[in-house]
Structure formats: structure tokens, C-alpha cells
Design a protein around this ligand. Sequence first.
Ligand code: FAD
Length: 356
Amino acid sequence: MTVRHSTDVVVVGGGQAGLAAGYHLRRQRLDFVILDADPTPGGSWQHMWDSLHLFSPAEHSSLPGRLMPAQTGETYPSTGHVVDYLADYEKRYDLPVQHSTSVDAVRRGAGRLLVEADSETWRARAVISATGTWSRPFLPALPGRSAFTGEQLHTVSYRSPADFTGQRVIVVGGGNSGAQIAADLALDGHVEVTWVTQRPPRFLPDDIDGRALFDVATARRRALDAGRSDTGGVASLGDIVAVPPVRAARDAGLLTAKPVFSRLTADGVQWPDGSHTGADTIIWCTGFRPALAHLAPLNLRGARGHIPTDGTRALGEPRLHLLGYGDWTGPASATLIGVGRPARNAVGEIAHLLRS
Ligand code: FAD
């Protein structure tokens, strides 16, 4: 039997983006619910690897309304600290998060949007989708991938070097995850690591952390909005934030990258010059795609799997907003400090729509 509910707004996803939306929905005194697939608070932060720390200090990693407290003894907070902060945020603002609720579909019906999850359906006047990217890991289709008989995993399944003691591991990916996981393994000293990147790794200057990235993303958005030329944004500075472990591994000469192999073989990889490196495990740090499958019935998909938006509002469905997926839904909107502003704008637009 399906249980039916009615509300002003359903937020799909209760990670940092969904919670930031909840904060502003409370302030607008709208009736809403946040549906979150995870059984516990913290969004994707609760699934990230053990040694990961933020690339910005706590005071530069806050959601609207509540400054993240500093973590004792750490300039850059651990993921556990972020999870505690998000759990506290949920409670502090009494946000109605229904955990263990995975939304399968959002569709149009009788003047409302229908949000379907398992045995429950919500009739909503507006929907904010804030499902992130963590549940959609991307793996490139490189030749021989299915021929490799060792273990293959993506960033989402990596936990700690202890799982690879004595192994030959190839880490693929020249972004932050690739550099940090390669550094984590190399610094451990018990794993033979080969780091592979599509182009030579581009480290940001050592004195630049997440604070500057947010400023650069914002400046780029302002320039584009004002019709000025593209500043290139964060990508113009480099790909990899030189967080302390990355710096340590790089300075110890442990973080030199090789260009991508030409194919995988049963027991390793073959390089363009024909030589071969044996491997027990390949870790694909090759990024994510937005988790938008639940929106498929609305038929809104544009190029590159994105949904075309004006700000956060879907062009093809004005009652739907997309929040937190990346720069295409607001500058630095996939960061803790960056999601507050697009959340406020999305909720402001929804409040206006519902009251007009
Ligand atoms: P998520 O945290 O992924 O939350 C989405 C939520 O939606 C989850 O709880 C999930 O269960 C739920 N969900 C998904 N699908 C459904 C569905 N169909 N129905 C219901 N619920 C659903 N940002 C920073 O600001 N500082 C950093 O230092 C930083 N470091 C990062 C390091 C790594 C390795 C990564 C991957 C990202 C980092 N980021 C950082 C970026 C960013 O802050 C995170 O990606 C952030 O978790 C995105 O938040 P979100 O709320 O959009 O998505």
C-alpha cells in the first residue's frame, strides 16, 4: 500500500546541499520534508576515506547560519568532524529529514510534482533535487578494462592503505582524489604505487587552499554574468590543492605521475612503448556524474547528462531546482561554503512562485 503525503516542498537528498536548502525553507516558513537515502546524517562525507581532511579551515567551510567549529589540533577538519557538524546542523534547525528514503522518481501529476519513494508518495508544489554525485562514480572505458583479473575500485570504495599492504596499486586520475589517494598509499610505505594522469599533474601553489578556490569560482561567475571574458576559474590555477599529505609525498619524490597506459592486461597495464607493469589493484579516481536518475520521468536532460538551468531552476520545469552539483548550479555550489548562496536563491524563487 502506498502512503500519500502533501507538502509545499520536497528536498531530495539530505547532504550539505539539502540541509542548506532546509535552513532557508525554515526561514521562509514553508512546509517541507527532506528525503535522504542514507540511514544516518552526513551525506557523502560519511563514506569518504579515513585520512581525508578538508582543503579549507573550519571557518571557511560553513553552511548558512552556523559556523563550523574548529577541530581541536587540526587546521583542516577531518571528515568525521564534518559529519558531526552536519548531524548537529540537522538537529539545531530541527530539519525534517527522513533518512533511509531513496527517491525513485519525480513526475508531473494533477498540478503537483509527485515524488515517489518505495511505498510513499509526496505531492509537492516544488522540488529541490540535491542528490550530489557520490552515488554515480564514473569509470572511463579504457581498452582491456574487463580483461584485468585483479581488483578494480573507484574512489568511493577506497578507505585506507591498510587494505593494500604488500600490493602493487595503480592509481588513475590527476585531480584531487587521485593525488590524495596516491599520496595516502605512497606515504604508508607498504604499498607499491604507480600514479597515472592524463596530463602532467598541475599542483596549485602551496599557499592556495579551498578559500581561494571559492573566491576564484565566484569571480568567474561574476565575470560571465557581466558579459566579461571567461577568467578560466579554478581550472586556470591548477587541478590539485597541495594539502599537507600531497605536499609531503610530492616533496619526498613519491608523487611523480606517468601518462595513461595504452591498455589493461590480465595482470597489469601496458604502456605506449610496449613495456608492462604488473598490478594487483587499479583505483579509478576518475570522477563522478550528477545523480539525476530520479528526475528521468520529467524528461529534462540536456547535453553531458546535465539538466539545463537558469541559476538553480530547471528551464523545462520551473517547480524544480537543482542544488549543489557543481558550478553549473552555482559557483562552487559543490562545496560547503559555496552552497549557501544558491540554496538561498533557490528557496527565494520557490517562495515567490508559491506565493504568487
Ligand atoms: P552529498 O554529500 O553526496 O549528499 C547527497 C545526499 O543525497 C546523500 O545523503 C544521499 O544519500 C542522498 N541521495 C542521493 N540520491 C538520492 C535519492 N535518489 N533519493 C534520496 N536521497 C538521495 N568540499 C568542500 O567544501 N571542502 C572540501 O575540502 C572538499 N573536499 C572534497 C573531497 C572529496 C574527495 C570529494 C569527493 C568532495 C569534496 N568536496 C569538498 C566537495 C563537496 O563538498 C562534496 O562533494 C559534498 O559532499 C557535496 O554535497 P551534496 O549535499 O551536494 O551531496
